[in-house]
Design a protein around this ligand. Sequence first.
Ligand code: AMP
Length: 397
Amino acid sequence: MKTIDQLNFAGKKALIRVDFNVPLDKDYNITDDNRITAALPTLKKILADGGSLILMSHLGRPKDGPTNEFSLKHIIPHLSELLGKEVQFADDCIGEQATEKAGALKDGDVLLLENLRFYKQEEKGDKDFAEKLSKLGDIYVNDAFGTAHRAHASTAVIAQFFPQAKYFGYLMAAELENAEKVLNGAAKPFTAIMGGAKVSDKLLLIESMLSKVDNLIIGGGMAYTFAKAQGGTIGNSLVEMDKLELALELIEKAKQKGVNLLLPLDSVIADAFANNANTGVALKGEIQDGWMGLDIGPESVKLFSKVVAESKTVLWNGPMGVFEMETFEKGTKAVAEAVVEATKNGAFTLIGGGDSAAAVAKFGFSDDVSYVSTGGGALLEYMEGKELPGVKAINEL
Ligand code: AMP
């Protein structure tokens, strides 16, 4: 793997695609700086070598050109603090000012470019736009795993302008190494825990995992599509009626492949989608009208926790219930505890980004698992067996 370790950046201007797409509150304070701190090892290595940094990122989903709301200038104070030095800013990611500021950088200087997505060309993967960006630096580094599944100008297309000078940053390298451990080097028993709202979102991942895992646990909203398909009543629970047949096919495939498919035995049910709803417990396929399953129940917790704790490899993607509400967080929390226990027993445990990472962080377990990915969609696609454009662009000659 071509990582930044293979180069001394002294005197070089490193053009780095980072993922600084951090959540901001209404006063533009960063509410979770994980994505920035995850990139720091790369930034510090290049600065320590005596190179300078030109940082490019997107922030949010701006619809139509520049807006204050999505300006990366809001992160300057915190980034300066984390790096322990002044961060310069170009209020357009291409054009005269960016060119001048990049050109004037001295060794050890840091320049942050304005939001790439203020240009439509970024997401379109426009080659001319990518070429303009490429002129700003000597070496291209991609450390934005969170957007590695996108063939955007700054994440993939730009790499062609650095045929001899393109590298993975440390975060990208760590993400790929950890994903590979699960995908192609998993110690057995290997358990995948799938949760979240919809079967359709995780379908490809479930199919890919069926050829790899010993145990496949399915929880969260998607479990009700399976329960319904098996002839149960699910009340007002989340269901994808057009995926019933598919659910039965997955159950059949798991049987054929000798995978132990575990569906919830019971659910915590509620009479409303609210933290203060009336609640109860119902057995699988026995939820009455007017009630909905919003978490796995106590018997499911016991079953899932035992299987997880005895595993040597665990991949977790998607919560077991509506963990954002305290009343329905117990199943997700218990499974998280089992993942922590497995880790203590020597298992390799990988938490997919997005909601699973948020859940593990909410319960304070982020440091007690083997690795928490920063990429939701990117990790999902990698695990589905797809080649990520951002990875391919660096790897190809
Ligand atoms: P996903 O983005 O597909 O991983 O879905 C995560 C979301 O699914 C979270 O916001 C959960 O609140 C939600 N979720 C999990 N279980 C359920 C459920 N039983 N009913 C409704 N939503 C759920």
